[in-house]
Design a protein around this ligand. Structure first.
Ligand code: ADP
Length: 479
């Protein structure tokens, strides 16, 4: 509608300009031609002076000369008395344009005589010394001009109307066609809401790849992602319930046994204790993940010396190592800003995994290096069972375990790597895993180094007066 309205305004303005210019040009042509006729007649006249009276002689045939081309001519004296008519005027003795006879310069005007519209040009007859002797009036019918103007008006009005109607129709049709897929999108969205079914998609066949097509594609992509997230959430809930049920079953079984035996049995109590500990570890891990998801994980931001932390983890992990050789590889000094306890948890998760998945006699190596771009790279390498390449993309997912039976027996719920990755992420870093198949696995943790602080200390002198000539000592301190 807006488009058609604007088009209509433009066409009306354009039509007015074209019509006005054409009418003006046609009328100017008539005026010029009539004025030229009148001047031609005046130029053929002769003036005679007799006894102080000036005579003007205009041959009648001159006045008639233009009758054939339907030009009417009248000659008048300056005092307004009639002199002559062209023969096509017959004995019409009134002035064609009385107003023209009152002026001393050339003029033109429209008059209506016997229902015919005439254009009349009046040219004064003036002697060389400026004396007004009379007028010649030349007139012609405006029929042709009016005919041309009316034809133009008809073309402009019908053409303009047709153009506006056509534009409105084409606009309506194309807007309808373009918006139809939007209707489909709305219907699909409503169906999804009503049926609670995220697997539905907007049919893309036949939808052109324009703005609406791209919107439909983006909508489908969003649905795809939402569906994946909802499924992950469902799976997560099922996994959580399952993981919590297993230790609870063991605890209940052992409590029953104790009741039936009527006394405490060390094995049952140990089982209850270890399952309760497993459960609280699990709940603790879940809480940490939930807090980090919600962005409410309390996180200290202190300088942490990673080399010292690595040695501490190394010492503590020795207890778990059993028959696995735990060793330190290359180790650089590196300080990061962060939470020491969380970073230790990250390292312990990686190291305990490495020990868990390395058979006796295998090796687990810890390393720390500073790399270009101000990164600290912690590396945990093992010579264990390795990770199949197809599993690599999933091992950081929650509750993901490659060999479920084996890892549950080893005490893992599949949350260790998910937690390690979240801890690295909240410190602005990341974890990369790689594996040479059965040759073992390598986990690299990248953490941004803390900016080095430069401390300027004045040199202490026995003389306490400041000496500007002495340079300050610049001490570079880590952290
Ligand atoms: P879990 O608590 O079961 O160890 P994780 O999230 O720490 O869970 O690890 C997920 C899975 O990734 C493990 O079940 C295991 O299959 C695999 N994995 C992790 N680290 C290693 C490793 N160093 N060597 C081989 N497989 C590993």
């Amino acid at each position: 509608m807006w488009y058609s309205a604007v088009l209509a305004v433009i066409i009306i303005l354009f039509g007015l300009v074209v019509y006005g210019l054409t009418a003006f040009t046609l009328l100017s042509q008539v005026d010029n031609s009539l004025s030229q006729t009148a001047k031609d007649i005046i130029n053929t006249s002769q003036m005679r002076r007799q006894l102080d009276v000036l005579f003007l002689l205009i041959p009648q045939q001159e006045v008639n000369r233009f009758s054939a081309s339907r030009v009417y001519v009248q000659v008048w004296r300056a005092n307004g008395t009639w002199v002559a008519n062209s023969e096509n005027l017959g004995d019409y003795k009134a002035s064609l344009d009385p107003a023209g006879l009152t002026r001393t310069h050339g003029s033109s005007g429209d008059v209506v005589i016997d229902n015919a519209r005439l254009r009349v040009v009046t040219e004064p007859i003036v002697t060389t010394n400026g004396q007004l002797l009379g007028y010649v009036q030349a007139a012609s019918s405006l029929d042709q001009v009016d005919l041309a103007k009316n034809a133009l008006l008809l073309v402009l009005v019908t053409g303009g109307l047709a153009a506006v109607l056509l534009a409105a129709m084409v606009g309506w049709l194309s807007a309808n066609r373009a918006l139809r897929p939007l209707d489909t999108i709305t219907q699909t969205a409503l169906q999804i809401t009503r049926a609670d079914d995220l697997s539905r998609r907007i049919p893309l066949a036949g939808v052109p790849q324009d703005e609406v097509g791209r919107l439909a594609q983006a909508f489908n992509d969003t649905l795809e992602r939402l569906e994946r997230l909802f499924n992950a959430q469902r799976r997560f809930l099922a996994d959580v319930s399952h993981e919590l049920r297993t230790p609870l079953t063991t605890i209940r079984g052992n409590v029953d046994l104790l009741r039936r035996m009527g006394g405490a049995d060390a094995t049952s109590l140990d089982a209850i204790q270890s399952e309760a500990e497993r459960m609280s570890r699990l709940v603790g891990d879940l809480l940490l993940l939930a807090q980090s998801d919600a962005g409410t994980l309390p996180l200290a931001r202190n300088p942490v010396e990673l080399d010292t932390l690595l040695l501490e983890v190394f010492r503590e992990a020795q207890v778990l190592a059993g028959g696995v050789v735990l060793q330190i590889g290359e180790i650089d000094q590196a300080v990061v800003n962060g939470d020491r306890d969380r970073l230790k948890q990250l390292l312990l998760n990686l190291v305990s995994n490495a020990i868990k998945f390395t058979p006796e006699g295998g090796r687990v190596t810890l390393g720390l290096a500073r790399t270009a771009g101000n990164w600290a790279r912690l590396v945990v390498t093992d010579t264990g069972v390795g990770i199949p390449p197809a599993e690599l993309p999933f091992i950081f997912e929650r509750f993901y375990r490659i060999d479920k039976a084996r890892t549950r027996a080893a005490g893992g719920a599949g949350l260790g790597l998910a937690i390690a990755q979240r801890i690295a992420q909240v410190h602005g870093g990341r974890i990369e895993a790689s594996s040479a198949g059965a040759g073992g696995s390598t986990f690299c943790v990248w953490l941004p180094l803390a900016p080095e602080r430069v401390v300027i200390e004045a040199v202490k002198l026995t003389d306490t007066r400041p000496n500007p000539a002495l340079p300050a000592r610049v001490v570079k301190r880590r952290g």
